[in-house]
Design a protein around this ligand. Structure first.
Ligand code: COA
Length: 185
């Protein structure tokens, strides 16, 4: 039965569309984020943070048979601001694996910040995540960067995709966070 369901979903995923986010989609997309990231934080904190930080006009949703099944939340927060903060953390011994030489090049480039890539659990592993993940490759920006909690255990999946780890630090809640970047031009 599970095989039949997977096969059906796999075929349907071919039809899954990537579309811009409309204002009325925002509450539903935040609920999807809260559900997909339930193992990371509580729903209100997830929705509160992403609701404020996301630039919705840049973000994309994935729609299957009229239903939103996932989204890629993005903004244009520049990596330089984060990196300057990392230099301070580095001096305090709280930041490691950094390559400050490489950092400098991003100062003059136009970047995207990937905030959250999510697909509803029942629609995962059928290609929707991949479709969404590929969106920034064609948006005309110079690079995309992101932060990844070590507890998500997915840093290898991001580096296999092409993200480079610039560094890692320990946040205020004692969690290890990786910073990754990927050149898009
Ligand atoms: C990440 C996520 C969107 C992937 O969606 P999906 O529909 O299962 O992915 P697909 O089957 O379309 O694509 C699989 C690809 O995604 C990658 N992937 C799967 N889970 C991943 C994860 N948690 N983080 C990063 N990449 C992931 C796989 O390595 C694979 O890459 P490859 O084809 O280059 O080998 C989905 O697992 C999810 O919503 N997870 C919970 C939220 C989360 O942890 N998001 C990432 C951090 S914001």
């Amino acid at each position: 039965m599970r095989k039949i369901l997977s096969w059906t979903l796999y075929n349907e995923s071919v039809d899954a569309q990537i579309l811009p986010v409309e204002n009325e989609d925002v509450p539903e997309i935040l609920e999807i984020c809260a559900e997909a990231l339930a193992h990371v934080d509580n729903p209100d904190r997830i929705k509160g943070y992403l609701g404020k930080a996301t630039k919705w006009s840049l973000s994309k949703k994935c729609v299957l048979n009229g239903k939103i099944i996932g989204a890629y939340l993005l903004n244009e927060f520049p990596i330089q601001v984060m990196l300057d903060d990392c230099k301070r953390l580095f001096k305090e011994g709280k930041f490691s694996v950094c390559d400050f030489e490489d950092y400098e090049k991003y100062r003059t480039l136009r970047g995207l910040h990937g905030l959250a890539l999510v697909v509803l659990p029942e629609f995962q592993k059928i290609g929707a995540g991949k479709k969404l993940r590929d969106v920034p490759l064609h948006m005309g920006y110079d690079y995309i960067w992101g932060m990844h909690l070590e507890t998500l255990k997915n840093i290898e999946q991001w580096t296999n995709f092409g993200r480079k780890v610039l560094g890692k630090f320990t946040d205020d809640e004692d969690e290890t966070v990786y910073i990754t970047v990927m050149d898009l031009k």
